[in-house]
Structures are given as structure tokens and as C-alpha cells.
Design a protein around this ligand. Structure first.
Ligand SMILES: Cc1cc2nc3c(=O)[nH]c(=O)nc-3n(C[C@H](O)[C@H](O)[C@H](O)COP(=O)(O)O)c2cc1C
Length: 488
């Protein structure tokens, strides 16, 4: 199968929502919705009154109306919740999930993909983080029911996913490994999901979406291709300058003078080896320019995956004030991105854009009480009696230690779940009406957004990004960026 040259990268939480993916797919490129925490996003959007009625339109198309109606009845608030009221919680998924938690995941993933695919024939992908294990199977099933074209999985080694996709398109029960931390290391348990939960009656098979893992080395690419036995249809090769989480450097971690991980020659990716598999591959991480696309194609790639340029465009889910502030910082030449080696409870380096009033500032973040109430990045651990418990290193330190964690693992950790929800204008309200603060991420090359913004304008669309990548001339666009900086 041949694919378009540009993948708009999946950006959580809901930065690449259905509106962005829809706009990119309509232009004939690959639009990708983020599949992270969609159950939370959909329940909060419903509590905000579902402006435009889009969610309710998608819910009406879900093939089990009892479940769709339950979700709408439980979370939708006509006209939106009162601004001084916190969001209602939704079930948290663990190794032994409640039926309602699984249903909500299936429905939410269906809704997001349904909306991104509405009214065109373009390709739509969905992006999951392999580190987040428990929601994965019901989420993939929901996306498949909505006809998703590509399932993209990063942040881990998703060897089991192609087999899971193969079974879910047939509506067959699936299982996957759950990594449980023990005092000695890790033990493997299994988690399961059965589509019979959603449909008791038998159903015809669904279309099998393509599967693209995101990897950061030729060794991992080879492992995925060989072990997945035909199940890998494309590869995304992501380097350490990309927005979001990054793979840690190979070997013993060393930090530079400001505390960022140092990447070296061992992290260079052998593209000849990647190309030798004969599978289309896309390069990600600072490839968002006409020149980047040409370089990628010259190296044998089918195209590029771009995140940062799309993150700040009009159709992205980021709060408009955060987009404006970022663009203003780029114009002023003060945009600064820090690769934080410890902020993310996943243990992967995470890029943080410095901005006043956000969790990038230590004093702002420190004023927040440590609490884990969204729990996507929790890890499973073995309790003293051998059963499974859950803990997050960004939670209250005492709680983490009580759950057999080490205090030192809590130091410098930040609650990404609540920060990322605040990024999209859905931050939880805490005591005294204090709202959770944003935690912005983007790639090292964020200032390139100035190359896209037309003279005299201060915003840009996803179409502008695509025109820039496909037809832009590097020299005139660089001149445009310089002019923006000179007039700021
Ligand atoms: C705001 C933002 C959020 C991101 N979130 C995710 C994510 O949830 N999952 C993922 O696999 N990649 C994520 N990424 C990475 C992008 O999908 C893409 O691979 C990357 O941005 C490409 O490099 P670039 O930032 O230099 O364009 C994110 C990137 C940004 C900018």
C-alpha cells in the first residue's frame, strides 16, 4: 500500500483531536487523533455541553445504543457545567476493570475516530502510548468499530499489538501482558478484553487497520518487523528532538550542564537498515520543513511525521491563549524547550516548553498538592500478599512509599495527566476554585512555526502547514521567520 507523505503526529491529550485530524485527512495527508485518555476527554467535553452537538451525533452512530445512551445520560450537561463546579469523575481502568469503564473506552475511541473520518475518504490514524497498558485493548476495539485506518503505537515495544488487532477485527477475545513491578524486578501478568461485552450477537468482521509502531532505533525496528510476522505495515522512526516523550539515550544516562539527557552517536539511527525491511517508513523529530521532507525522501523514507508545527495551528486542541503565547515567544526569540529527564512518571524524557504560569515553573508546580486522580500513568506493583496494586510516582510521596515505591523515584515527578488536560482547557478545579495548571510540550524546533505564519498574521491553519511542507521554499520561509522576529 502507498501512503501520503505527511503524517500529522498523534499529540496527547487531545491536542490532535478529531478537528485537527479531520482537517489534515481532508487535505489528503494522514490525520491522527490521540487515543490517550479519550474516555476522560469525551466525558469532560460532554460536561461542557458538547457545543455543536458533535459528540452526540457520533454517539448516535455507535452500534450499541444502550451503551451510548448510558454515556450521554451520565455525562452530558445541557449548556455545560457551572464554571465553579469541578468535573465529575469517571471510572478508572485497572487490571480487573468494571464493565462500564471498558464500555466508556470503546465508545470514546469510536466517537473520536468517527468524527475525524466524517465526510471524506482520507486516511485517519489513532495514536496510543504502549506504556499505558490497561485501556489499550478496548480503545483499539472502539477505533476499529469506527473504521480507523492506521493504529500507531509509541512509547514501548508493542509486539503484541498486531495480533490483538487481527483478533479484534474478528470480534474475538484478546489478552496482553501486564508488567507488574516487584521488589526484585518485574513480573508478567495478563489482562483481557472480550468484545462480547459490547455485542452479544455475532457481527461481520471489521476492516483491518494498518499498524505502525514508533521506534527510535534500527534494532527495535528489526525486532518489530521480525517478531510481528507481517503485522507491521509501516514504521515511524522518531529522534530525540521530537515533541512529547522521547526515547532515553542508549547506554548510561549522562546529563548536560542544564540537566538534559545527552544523546550521542549511539543514538544515530541506521536508516539503511530500516530501509532494508521493505516497509514504508516515516521520519519524525525536526523533519517539519520542505527541506526535511526532501531529506527524508532522499534517505528512502515514504515521508515524515510532524507534530510541533500542527500543535499550534488553529485546529489543534490546545487552549488558544497558550497557542498565542507560544507564537509570541517564538517571535520574541524567547521560546525555550527543556528535555526533562524525570518529570514524566513513565520514566521517559519529556520535553517541556517554558512558560510563565505553567507547570514548567517549579514554584507554580510546587504550589499544587500532589494527588493522582486520573491515573493513566500509574504502574502496577506487587503487594505484600502477591496481589496487584497501582501507584504513580507523581502522587503524594507518602502514598507512593506506602505502595512499596522508593521515595527517590518521586523527586521531580510531575502530574502529566492533569497538566495535559489543562492544556486543552479541561483542567480540574481544586479546592478554593484553583484550576490545575498546564504543562506544555513541543519539539526543539518550535520556532519554525514562524516560517508558516503569513506577514501581518498571528495564527495559521493546518492547511498552511501542509502547503509549507509540500510546496514551501526553505529560503523564503526562513526570511519570513526572520521578519516576524524583527517586527516583534
Ligand atoms: C504537543 C505534542 C504532544 C505529543 N504527544 C504525543 C503522544 O501522545 N504520543 C506520541 O506517540 N507522540 C506524541 N508527540 C510526538 C508527535 O506525534 C511527533 O512524532 C513529533 O512531534 C514529531 O517531531 P516534531 O515535534 O519535531 O514535529 C507529541 C508531540 C507534540 C508536539
Amino acid at each position: 500500500m502507498t501512503f501520503p507523505q505527511i503524517i500529522q503526529g498523534g499529540m496527547g491529550v487531545a491536542v490532535s483531536g478529531w478537528q485537527l485530524a479531520l482537517s489534515v485527512s481532508k487535505r489528503g495527508q494522514i490525520g491522527v487523533v490521540s487515543g490517550t485518555a479519550l474516555d476522560l476527554v469525551i466525558t469532560r467535553r460532554l460536561q461542557l455541553g458538547d457545543p455543536g452537538g458533535h459528540l452526540r451525533r457520533a454517539l448516535a452512530a455507535f452500534p450499541n445504543q444502550d451503551i451510548a445512551n448510558y454515556v450521554a445520560d451520565r455525562y452530558f450537561i445541557e449548556g455545560g457545567k457551572a464554571p465553579d463546579k469541578p468535573y465529575k469523575s469517571k471510572p478508572i481502568i485497572d487490571h480487573n476493570p468494571r464493565r462500564r469503564a471498558q464500555e466508556l473506552l470503546v465508545v470514546s475511541n469510536f466517537v473520536e475516530v468517527f468524527l475525524a473520518k466524517e465526510g471524506h475518504d482520507g486516511l485517519v490514524g489513532i495514536n496510543y502510548l504502549h506504556k499505558i497498558q490497561t485501556p489499550t485493548m478496548p480503545s483499539i476495539y472502539g477505533a476499529i468499530l469506527a473504521g480507523v485506518d492506521i493504529i500507531i503505537v509509541g512509547a514501548g515495544i508493542p509486539l503484541e499489538i498486531p495480533g490483538i488487532i487481527d483478533r479484534l477485527v474478528q470480534h474475538e477475545p484478546v489478552e496482553m501482558k501486564l508488567h507488574v513491578k516487584t521488589t526484585e524486578g518485574t513480573r508478567i501478568d495478563r489482562i483481557t478484553f472480550d468484545p462480547k461485552l459490547i455485542f452479544e450477537e455475532s457481527r461481520p468482521p471489521e476492516k483491518r487497520p494498518s499498524f505502525f509502531p514508533i521506534v527510535s532505533s534500527a534494532t527495535l525496528a528489526t525486532l518489530m518487523v521480525k517478531k510481528c510476522d507481517g503485522g507491521v505495515n509501516g514504521l515511524i522512526i522518531e529522534g530525540p528532538t521530537a515533541g512529547g516523550h522521547n526515547a532515553p539515550p542508549r547506554g548510561r544516562p549522562n546529563l548536560n550542564e542544564i540537566g538534559e539527557p545527552i544523546y550521542g552517536p549511539r543514538d544515530d539511527i541506521d536508516l539503511d537498515s530500516i530501509g532494508s525491511h521493505g516497509i514504508p517508513f516515516f521520519l519524525a523529530g525536526s523533519y517539519g520543513s520542505p527541506d526535511g521532507l526532501v531529506r527524508a525522501r532522499a534517505a528512502g523514507a515514504a515521508g515524515i511525521q510532524v507534530g510541533t508545527l500542527f500543535a499550534f495551528c488553529e485546529e489543534s486542541g490546545l487552549r488558544p491563549d497558550l497557542k498565542h503565547e507560544t507564537i509570541a515567544k517564538c517571535k520574541a526569540g524567547t521560546a525555550s524547550v527543556f528535555t526533562d529527564p524525570i518529570a514524566s512518571p513513565t520514566g521517559f524524557p519529556f520535553k517541556v516548553l517554558s512558560m510563565a504560569g505553567t507547570a514548567s515553573e517549579e514554584d507554580v508546580y510546587e504550589s499544587r498538592s500532589r494527588v493522582c486522580d486520573l491515573s493513566y500513568l500509574r504502574e502496577a506493583f506487587e503487594k505484600e500478599d502477591g496481589t496487584i496494586g497501582w501507584r504513580c510516582s507523581a502522587d503524594d510521596e507518602k502514598m507512593y512509599v506506602r505502595n512499596r515505591g522508593k521515595f527517590e523515584d518521586t523527586v521531580g515527578r510531575k502530574c502529566l495527566c492533569n497538566g495535559l488536560m489543562a492544556n486543552i482547557g479541561m483542567g480540574q478545579l481544586r479546592k478554593n476554585n484553583v484550576e490545575e495548571v498546564p504543562l506544555l510540550t513541543c519539539g526543539d524546533g518550535v520556532s519554525s512555526i514562524l516560517k508558516i505564519i503569513k506577514p501581518g498574521e498571528s495564527t495559521y491553519s493546518s492547511s498552511d502547514v501542509i502547503d509549507f511542507l509540500l510546496n514551501g521554499s526553505e529560503s523564503s520561509m526562513t526570511a519570513r521567520a526572520t521578519a516576524h522576529q524583527a517586527t516583534s
